[in-house]
Design a protein around this ligand. Structure first.
Ligand SMILES: [Zn+2]
Length: 112
């Protein structure tokens, strides 16, 4: 294995290049998840109705607004499964009351 930046030879277990300090591109390892495991839950601090959209947005790492638009589309467009889906998610998903620093707009306005 060689450093992708400077070409120095690396030992097998090296995490950083000993010559230039570049992080070695580790092979993707199955089962290694950075950070805490994600859970589908209703995020109370970001909720409009029940926090379902916020929970889904977080879970799929999507924009909250986009997720709301998708839910709205599912609700309006036939076969209109959004209403049932939202209701099911509302009941099934656990509540999460942790404050989320995800919304920078709200964060900024609360500081002013
Ligand atoms: Zn290097």
């Amino acid at each position: 294995m060689f450093c992708t930046q400077c070409g120095a030879a690396l030992r097998e277990n090296d995490v950083y290049c000993s010559k230039c300090g570049k992080a070695v591109d580790a092979l993707p390892q199955l089962g290694v998840v950075p950070g805490p495991p994600r859970k589908l839950r209703r995020i109370m601090s970001m909720k409009k109705i029940a926090g379902v959209c916020a929970g889904f947005a977080e879970y799929f790492e999507m924009d909250l607004t986009l997720m709301r638009i998708i839910w709205l589309a599912l609700l309006i467009l036939p076969p209109s499964i959004g209403g049932i889906g939202y209701f099911v998610a509302w009941i099934a998903m656990p509540k999460d009351y942790t404050a989320y620093p995800v919304d920078p707009v709200r964060d900024k306005s609360s500081r002013m």
